[in-house]
Structure formats: structure tokens, C-alpha cells
Ligand binder design. Structure first.
Ligand SMILES: [Zn+2]
Length: 107
């Protein structure tokens, strides 16, 4: 799918993915690009990094530099606000899922 559509229409989904993974363990950009690609979100660094920056400014994530296995990278951590937003997103995803999948049989 076109990156512009991915970015605009599925921005919230992408952000929920990011929050979900940051809640499991600190994450970094290159790992996220691969992870999101495995779910069909083919994002370039030029698209992903502004999304991360926006999530930092919303205080959903924090970042720190860390060296792991000899590689120095920016790691993103979820904040308490991010955890609250993730819990709310899970409820809403569930409700949306129920709604948009309820009437399969009608069509
Ligand atoms: Zn994922």
C-alpha cells in the first residue's frame, strides 16, 4: 500500500503497535521498521522517525541512548501516559473489531 495512505489512515494503528512493543521492552527504530513491515506497514525511516518524535512530544514515549551488543542506538521506552493510552486503545480496538466484523453474514 502507498506510504501516504499507510501514514494517514493507519497512523493510529501504527502508534498502537509502537506503544504495544514499547510496553514489552525498549525498542529502537530499525527494529520497529522490520516489525511493522512484518505486519504490512512498510515505513521508511523518514516516515517512522517523525511519528516517534510526535509520540515523544505527546509524552507517550521517552528516549535514551544505549549501547547494546556494541551498537549505540536511541531506545524508546513507554511512559505512564503511554501505558494509559495503550490500555484505552486496547478497549477501543476490541470495540471497533466487534463492530466492523459483526455483520459478515449480511453481505
Ligand atoms: Zn507488532
Amino acid at each position: 500500500m502507498q506510504e501516504r495512505i499507510l501514514r494517514k489512515l493507519f497512523l493510529g494503528f501504527i502508534q498502537v503497535h509502537i506503544l504495544y512493543h514499547a510496553a514489552q521492552a525498549p525498542i529502537y527504530g530499525a527494529w520497529l521498521i522490520d516489525e511493522l513491515a512484518s505486519h504490512g506497514y512498510a515505513l521508511s525511516p523518514g516516515t517512522l522517525y517523525p511519528i516517534l518524535k510526535q509520540m515523544l512530544s505527546m509524552e507517550l514515549l521517552t528516549q535514551e541512548m544505549a549501547t547494546v551488543s556494541g551498537k549505540r542506538r536511541k531506545y524508546y521506552h513507554i511512559t505512564p501516559t503511554g501505558k494509559t493510552a495503550l490500555a484505552e486503545a486496547k478497549k477501543r480496538v476490541q470495540l471497533m473489531h466487534e463492530e466492523i466484523n459483526q455483520d459478515h453474514d449480511i453481505f
